[in-house]
Design a protein around this ligand. Structure first.
Ligand SMILES: Cc1cc2nc3c(=O)[nH]c(=O)nc-3n(C[C@H](O)[C@H](O)[C@H](O)COP(=O)(O)O)c2cc1C
Length: 329
């Protein structure tokens, strides 16, 4: 973990993955102040909003934190410019292969670039293109997910890439024993989302948090794709009426595609806007019926509101105990 924390500039190489609407100044600064590494979720924010959020976070912590940018954001390069102006140390690029020039633009600001690697081949390509570190995220995670589990990704990617490169593991991590396992396999750190979403410092609505406390792993299900022509990135969330509404939304968008009323790009954008709006309804307004309760399978291990510092201490304690037990054996 020392390699990971040196790279991040934090005490521990535990990132709180960016969560749209949840990972704002309060949670991000709390994570960094507790020795972890907080990441602002830019999501669909405008450059002006991101500017304010970074300034607000800086007012609450002097520790390093990062910013997560979605590669398909139409103003990606303006957002990079905002990060550069604030001298943000680490930018995480999420949502697909970084567009041409984006990695270079981030590095020109002096920031380090972290990318998501879905396969060994793509991981190597991203590193060759300038990525300073990789995150591998399995389908146990909350939010938008790929098709492969964390345990398989870790076995496929860590042995070939983690010795010479920095690789963080994400998806399904709820306890320190799992962190110990991935560190032993060569990871330099981990990223958690679900475990931190309901921390005391998280601004998520009390009803959003209650839904998490009540849920078990099997309640965090993936969305289904209803039309083979409309590629929809699956989303893992707690099952509710909003999950069914998403199916209806896909049927509506597929019909518009059929009629030639919209292009594929616009169709995909409408789907993404649906998620952003639905997540906001759940996180901010507390509409746990119709909103999107994005959550990973580790939600079953989240049973009460706890301060971030206590969550990190518990994770480290479990991790340390597991490692010393193995050393003793
Ligand atoms: C409510 C929620 C919202 C999320 N939003 C984003 C996002 O906007 N951008 C992103 O890259 N990842 C997003 N994620 C994924 C997290 O950053 C993180 O990688 C993931 O939660 C890790 O897996 P875990 O949930 O099993 O801990 C989100 C996850 C959750 C639970």
């Amino acid at each position: 973990m020392a390699r990971g924390s040196e790279f991040l500039g934090s005490e521990w190489a535990i990132l709180c993955g960016a969560m749209s609407w949840v990972s704002e100044r309060n949670l991000v600064s709390a994570i960094s102040n507790a020795g972890g590494f907080g990441v602002i979720a830019c999501g669909a924010m405008t450059p002006e909003l991101l500017d304010g959020e970074i300034a607000g976070t800086k007012a609450l912590t002097s520790k390093p934190f990062g910013v997560n940018l979605i590669t398909m954001h139409p103003q990606l390069f303006d957002l990079i410019e905002v990060c550069g102006r604030h001298q943000v140390g680490h930018v995480v690029l999420a949502g697909g292969i970084p567009p041409k020039g984006s990695v270079e633009a981030i590095k020109a600001t002096g920031a380090k670039v972290i990318c998501f690697a879905p396969t060994v081949a793509l991981g190597k390509k991203l590193l060759r293109s300038g990525a300073d570190a990789l995150v591998i995220e399995g389908m146990e995670a909350g939010g938008h997910i790929g098709p492969v589990s964390t345990s398989v990704l870790a076995q496929e990617i860590l042995p070939s890439l983690a010795e010479e490169n920095l690789v963080f593991v994400a998806g399904g991590i709820g306890r320190g024993e799992a962190i110990a396992g991935y560190l032993e396999m060569g990871a330099c750190g981990v990223q958690l989302g679900t475990r931190f979403a309901c921390a005391s410092e998280s601004i998520a609505h009390p009803d959003f948090k209650k839904a998490f406390f009540r849920a078990s792993a099997r309640d965090a299900v993936t969305s289904v794709q209803v039309d083979p022509r409309l590629p929809v990135i699956p989303v893992r969330a707690l099952k509710n009426k909003g999950t069914d509404e998403f199916t209806a939304k896909q049927i509506e968008v597929a019909r518009l595609l059929d009629q030639g009323a919209i292009e594929m790009g616009e169709a995909q954008l409408q789907i993404e806007h649906f998620w952003a709006g639905a997540l906001r309804r759940a996180v901010i307004d507390g509409d746990v019926e119709n909103g999107s309760l994005m959550a990973g399978q580790s939600v079953g291990m989240v049973s009460q509101e706890e301060p971030v510092a206590e969550i990190i201490t518990a994770l480290l304690g479990e991790c340390e105990a597991a490692l010393s037990q193995r050393r003793a054996a």
